[in-house]
Design a binder for this molecule. Structure first.
Ligand code: BG6
Length: 474
């Protein structure tokens, strides 16, 4: 990377794009059991693959076989970086094997080689909602310390396999939605940990244990990454949503502080060198117990992250007295009447990105990379085959403007912008293809028709121009 070069690019995740769900020794992962849903109909989480259901991760957009073509398109746009994720179940199909699956490793080595050949820096997420289902069924997922050890073994395998080629690592994507203090939906807890909220026996205790073990796994992975290659930079990605106060009523301001803050305790743990005291006191006041050994404490001290990845899509209004009839947002809080929403009810708030960048930077002082940001929208194929996605251009442009203000006017150290889903892929929350994010269109529909052909949308050239015009912000 050239000095001060800004990491323009995009982010994708294995289970949403690869397909080939049972090829080359891959095991069954948690998302392979989740059906297609829609905005109105939640995705169904199944015990087995049912023949009358469709499971979008099984085919994805066939990145597994088309990655060269897709990477060539990213390179044509001028990408400096691409964030991919590794599907754990390709490497250790059940999660607890002695030996890794060489074909799985080979696939990621090939993808990384292809990126480097195209002068694109790989940023690799080790866990983006991809866990072998066997670890859930046999060990209870992240409630078990054994799973922490399996994860670390898997991380070590990948640090070794991609040594010298990958220097930016992300331990987890969005573990922050696991919070014992709030009611959760089945799909959120399942996506992150393979467990349904409604089926958890002691919900608060279970969520606290899962969250603690994942946080511990992250700090331990950081240490291993550094031991294997001291040049490794390791971060963790959080999906954060500012929850604004309804007005200046001090109670509403306090609610806003608490709701925005509530998903930061794991970041505190990863940056401050210990699991935060305030969280432990909160737990013990509620009868939640965590076993924290001396070795754990040391792991927190030694495994501080190097950077923070920020996924930002939307903002909300913190709950307030009398808000019972207001529409709840997916991320907590209620809808903001000042903001327009996407077709999936996600409020569009570019200033919220500047707000969140400031909030995180001032709290932690660590470099930040925007690891996801984008608009899920229905695209229309014109008669001439073009896709005029001006709404996407407008969304990304306005967010980039706010990011620039954060960098130039507020002096936030933000070293990259990775747009989510630079190529259309399966939506995580709904499983649809119709909810498209890409600068590149993929001919695949929710009724499973389509040729999988890739097409450039209008936004493709627009983003290419943005990258060319803005090599740095300093
Ligand atoms: C992020 C996830 O929270 O949101 C991605 O990290 C996901 O995996 C993205 O795709 C957008 O959500 P959705 O449901 O529109 O795909």
């Amino acid at each position: 990377m050239k000095k001060n070069e800004f990491l323009w690019g995009g982010s994708i995740a294995a289970h949403q794009c690869e397909g080939a769900w049972n090829k080359d020794g891959k095991g069954v992962a948690i998302m392979d059991l989740v059906t297609q849903g829609s905005y109105e109909t939640p995705r169904k989480i199944c015990q087995t693959i049912e023949s009358d259901n469709y499971y979008p991760s099984h085919d994805g957009i066939d990145f597994y076989h088309r990655y060269k073509e897709d990477i060539a398109l990213f390179a044509e746009m001028g990408f400096k970086a691409l964030r991919i994720s590794i599907d754990w179940s390709r490497i250790y199909p059940n999660g607890d094997e002695e030996e890794a699956n060489q074909l799985g490793i080979q696939f990621y080595q090939n993808v990384v080689d292809e990126l480097l050949k195209n002068k694109i820096i790989p940023i690799v997420t080790l866990y983006h909602f991809e866990m072998p289902i066997h670890l859930v069924r046999e060990y209870g997922s992240w409630t078990s310390r054994k799973v922490v050890d399996f994860y670390l073994k898997y991380c070590e395998t990948m640090f070794e396999a991609l040594k010298g080629k990958v220097h930016y690592w992300v331990t987890f994507n969005e573990m922050n939605h696991i919070d014992p203090q709030t009611e959760a939906s089945d799909i959120f807890t399942y996506i992150i940990a393979g467990l349904k909220y409604t089926e958890m026996e002691n919900k608060k205790q279970t969520l606290a244990t899962i969250s603690y073990n994942m946080t511990l796994a992250s700090v331990k992975a950081v240490k291993i990454a550094r031991r294997i290659d001291p040049v490794n930079q390791v971060g963790c990605v959080f999906g954060l949503t500012p929850a604004y106060p309804l007005n200046c009523d001090p109670q509403n301001v306090m609610n806003s502080l608490k709701e925005t803050d509530r998903e930061c305790y794991q970041i505190d743990a990863m940056c401050m060198g210990k699991f935060p005291e305030y969280k432990l006191k909160e737990y013990s006041a509620q009868g939640i117990e965590l076993e924290i050994s001396k070795a754990d404490q040391q792991a927190f001290e030694e495994g501080k992250i190097d950077f923070i990845g920020l996924n930002y899509y939307s903002s909300s209004v913190a709950h307030y007295e009398g808000d019972d009839n207001n529409e709840e947002t997916l991320f907590g809080g209620v809808q903001n009447p000042y903001l327009e929403q996407s077709k999936w009810g996600w409020a569009i708030d570019p200033i919220g990105l500047r707000y969140m960048l400031n909030y995180i930077y001032r709290r932690y002082g660590l470099p930040i990379i925007i690891t996801e940001n984008g608009l899920g929208a229905v695209d229309q194929l014109e008669v001439n085959g073009s896709i005029q996605d001006d709404y996407r251009i407008e969304y990304v442009q306005k967010h980039i403007e706010q990011m620039e203000k954060a960098i130039v006017e507020d002096y936030v150290d933000c070293f990259g912008y990775l747009m989510w889903g630079p190529i259309d892929l399966v939506s995580a929350t709904t499983g649809e293809m119709k909810k498209r994010y890409g600068f590149i269109y993929v001919d695949k529909n929710d009724d499973q028709t389509g040729t999988l052909e890739r097409k450039k949308k209008k936004s493709f050239e627009w983003y290419q121009e943005i990258i060319t015009q803005n090599p740095t912000f300093s």
